[in-house]
Design a binder for this molecule. Sequence first.
Ligand code: MN
Length: 390
Amino acid sequence: MSREHVLVFDTTLRDGEQSPGCSMNLSEKVNLAKQLDRLGVDIIEAGFPTASEGDFESVKAVAGEVRRPVIAALARAKTDDIKCAWDAVRNADKPRIHTFLATSDIHLEYKLKMTREEALVRAKESVRLARSLCDDVEFSAEDATRTDLDFLCAVIEAVIREGAATINIPDTVGYTTPGEFRSIIEAVRNRVNGIERATVSVHCHDDLGLAVANTLAALEGGARQVECTINGIGERAGNASLEEVVMALRTRADVMPFETGVAAEELYASSRLLIESTGVAVQPNKAIVGRNAFAHEAGIHQDGMIKNKLTYEIMTPQSVGVPESRLVLGKHSGRHALALRCEALGYRFERRALDRLYRRFVALADEIKAVDDHRIEQLVRDEMLEISAA
Ligand code: MN
């Protein structure tokens, strides 16, 4: 089966960071962006530069330090926003301006107080301005899934003519269903003149628990960019979870002819780094990265697993980088073993911090002999508290 490439657009640093309790400071954002680079995402949406001075500075820092992926900055369809976004990303090797305007009647009437005609003009002018600054422009029709389909197609056609190379169709309020969303994507691909010059993107929210299912349905309808976040964080119920989309495509490659550039073995480390940066955990039964995602509790299941893992395991924990927890470190374990263990758990330390961590580890190993992953995570937390207090 020949596979079509799907671009992975990570918005953990933008939509994800908008979720309550998930704000990060500049160095946490740069560290996470570096991990997203290792993970192999194609595009990193680094933030919304006009939102605050801090957002601007962190987008600028990510653009300056992370070279391989496209670095996108979000902007409302406003002159100042677009210029500000450009100032923040212009030093990236591959900068992108991502501008958006709501297109649903509900948003136009109550939020923007604009007619459809005015919105169409604004969308065109914004993309034109963005293109005058940056070669790579993405346009999002906010609340697309509650937008009149004819009007949605007219806006998309107009912004493609102005040079938008990526057209994002967001399910902003998590309202659509897989069948409906696939039809919307198909209709856009069939009706819009020039659509073949653009990549169709989707951005799904999880208000009804359908974000990942809707994202996969959109791929079947012809979308080729998926917007998602680590651990599925984001506004309200969150966004489509990157690790779930990627592993669904991998595990069911027999029914979905797509591939991504994501290195799945980095998924767990990415999830852990985000949890440590924000202090927001995932629920134990969270798919792919939750504590119980690969735990087998029922006796019958355990018996099956011992006889043959295929009985209850559709993917291995190793394939997503979950460390083998049978491994226990003792006081004879060296600094290197500790560093490797930490890395497997998703933590990287510079030399001096590692030295301090190692001293704590030896003291603990003296006391309790076998130091399992849970204990190592406690040590890491103590060390991090000390770093942030210093
Ligand atoms: Mn969103």
